[in-house]
Design a protein. Structure first.
Lengths: 276, 260
């Protein structure tokens, strides 16, 4: 793509990851880490999910509970008609009734007030960081140049080849590894333009103040409880993305990959700095 | 990784577990650090400023239809105040109860339930959002707070309206620190939907939901909607009241501005 893209910076070799991408990437890592832990803390205050405007307390579509089984207490997770025992993980852990276990929440002990403080502070960090990234990505051509897939990259044949290569943990080397492959592009675009905006929007959909100013923030989801459910499910998708992302980093040479995300990596067109 | 010997794997997972443990301990330690707490709390000011920017003073919370009313509206916090004085009022149907309106007002008032019912009223079907995450929809009828404040006449230095309640939610806290109370600024106090409800779903307000009188402030979370309101006080600052943060839950770390 480099040869065909008229780029003012083309004279000067570019790094694999530009400085704004690296900075916003690591701020995002910190923000998502805190938002996840504090989000699970907030969820634990009422570990049940509903659809629509209100909570139908007797029939949540998903819930974590602790109930007596014989002479002991057991944790259960219910999703729709399915209900399984999850003692030690969900519903009951370390002898305490709680949705998610202590190791998953911020703070580890029960404190909705503190969870909310962390959550809303880092929600602002996430939004500010995201806006900087979006503005820079548009202005610099990062989206067009590095993330927008070419038509050929979306052909079923090409995607099939890449999926097979990924499944076998075979990754491009040398010059080919400088750009993102089509699966990477689709995954990153999905997170940047679908999941993270949905996360912010469903979060705003739960705010009574924002709801009064902009009623569409809960109406587009079909109600505040639907917004809460989608906030939870979208967080799950982001966690799934992070797990795959980390697995791919591990499988493709973690030291080189992490170094490139910190230092920027080798400049394009040089061979000695190629990733392992 | 496939060539990693089993004992190295054990070492790696052990390392992972201790890293997680360290991270957790570090987070909890940060969470207890007063400077960190103060820093995090600064986001509340930003949130309030941003919401006040997008939220016109007069914007109404969405009102629903009668068919949307929740059959299972949950009662949180105190469900039956244990104080003998309150119990006695329940037994007489609040016949001798009077709502005190005082503080920085020109004309202090003492109003009976009949007096309140004779004042300008509003009925609204709104969604109640608990800070825990759940929502219920109910219909509320009550006296408009703005009309009551106009009747009493606020002095120019009045900046907040404090609601003193009958219920002691924390029996272990000393003195007035265990009593429920709340406060609003004048923007929300004079909002059209801010009422002192004496009816819920067309019935006399039940004890579990705050009889005889409960505040409704529809653009904020449930804990702002003080139940068992006994006295309304206009103040310049709430720093000297109980824990000084403007409310029972605020004194326990929750945001004073509960629009989020």
């Amino acid at each position: 793509m480099d040869e065909t893209t008229p780029d003012a910076a083309a004279d000067r070799p570019r790094r694999r990851h530009s400085l704004p991408v690296r900075l916003t990437h690591w701020v995002n890592v910190a923000a998502l880490f805190v938002l996840l832990g504090s989000g699970l803390q907030i969820f634990n205050a009422h570990p049940a999910l509903y659809w629509g405007h209100t909570s139908t307390f007797a029939e949540p579509w998903a819930a974590m509970t602790a109930e007596p089984v014989g002479d002991r207490l057991a944790g259960f997770t219910q999703v729709g008609p399915l209900k399984i025992e999850t003692t030690g993980l969900f519903g009951l852990s370390d002898g305490e009734r709680r949705g998610f276990p202590a190791w998953a929440t911020l703070p580890s002990y029960r404190s909705l007030a503190d969870g909310r403080r962390w959550h809303f502070f880092f929600a602002w960090v996430l939004v500010a960081n995201g806006l900087v990234y979006l503005a820079w990505g548009l202005a610099s051509g990062h989206f067009r140049r590095d993330l927008a897939p070419a038509r050929a990259e979306l052909s079923p044949r090409r995607l099939r080849v890449e999926i097979v290569a990924h499944a076998r943990l075979r990754f491009p080397k040398g010059a080919a590894a400088h750009g993102y492959n089509s699966l990477q592009k689709l995954a990153y675009l999905g997170v940047i333009f679908v999941l993270l905006p949905l996360m912010v929007l469903s979060g705003l959909g739960m705010s009574p103040g924002v709801n009064a100013a902009w009623p569409w923030t809960f109406e587009i989801f079909g109600g505040r409880q639907s917004a809460r459910t989608l906030h939870f499910l979208t967080a799950g998708l982001i966690v799934a993305f992070v797990i795959v992302h980390l697995a791919m980093v591990l499988a493709s040479g973690p030291i080189g990959q992490v170094r490139a995300m910190i230092t920027g990596g080798a400049r394009r067109g040089t061979l000695e700095g190629d990733q392992p | 990784m496939s060539r990693t010997a089993p004992h190295r794997r054990g070492l790696l997972s052990g390392l992972g577990a201790s890293l997680l443990g360290l991270t957790l301990a570090g987070c909890d330690q940060l969470n207890r650090n007063p400077a960190v707490k103060a820093g995090l709390a600064r986001a509340e000011g930003l949130t309030q400023a941003a919401q006040r920017l997008i939220l016109p003073r007069t914007a109404l919370a969405r009102e629903f239809e009668a068919r949307d009313i929740s059959p299972d509206f949950r009662a949180n916090g105190t469900r039956r105040p244990g104080e003998p004085a309150y119990q006695a009022m329940v037994e007489t149907g609040f016949a001798h109860w009077r709502l005190q309106i005082d503080g920085l007002v020109e004309q202090p008032l003492a109003l009976s339930l009949d007096d309140l019912r004779a004042r300008p009223a509003r009925t609204q079907i709104t969604r109640h959002d608990c800070v825990e995450g759940w929502s219920s929809i109910g219909q509320w009828t009550g006296a408009r707070l703005s009309a009551l404040l106009d009747e009493a006449g606020l002095k120019p230095e009045a900046r907040y309206i404090v609601f003193h309640c009958a219920d002691r939610l924390d029996p272990h806290a000393a003195g007035d620190r265990g009593l429920y109370y709340e406060s609003l600024d004048l923007v929300d106090a004079f909002h059209e939907q801010t009422i002192l409800a004496y009816e819920m779903n067309g019935q006399v307000l039940p004890v579990a939901h705050g009889a005889p009188l409960r505040l409704r402030v529809e653009r904020q979370l449930g804990y702002k909607h003080a139940k068992y309101v006994m006295r309304i006080e206009a103040v310049e600052s709430f720093a000297q009241i109980a824990g000084g943060q403007g409310g029972f839950w605020e004194d326990r770390g929750y945001e004073w501005y509960a629009g989020i």
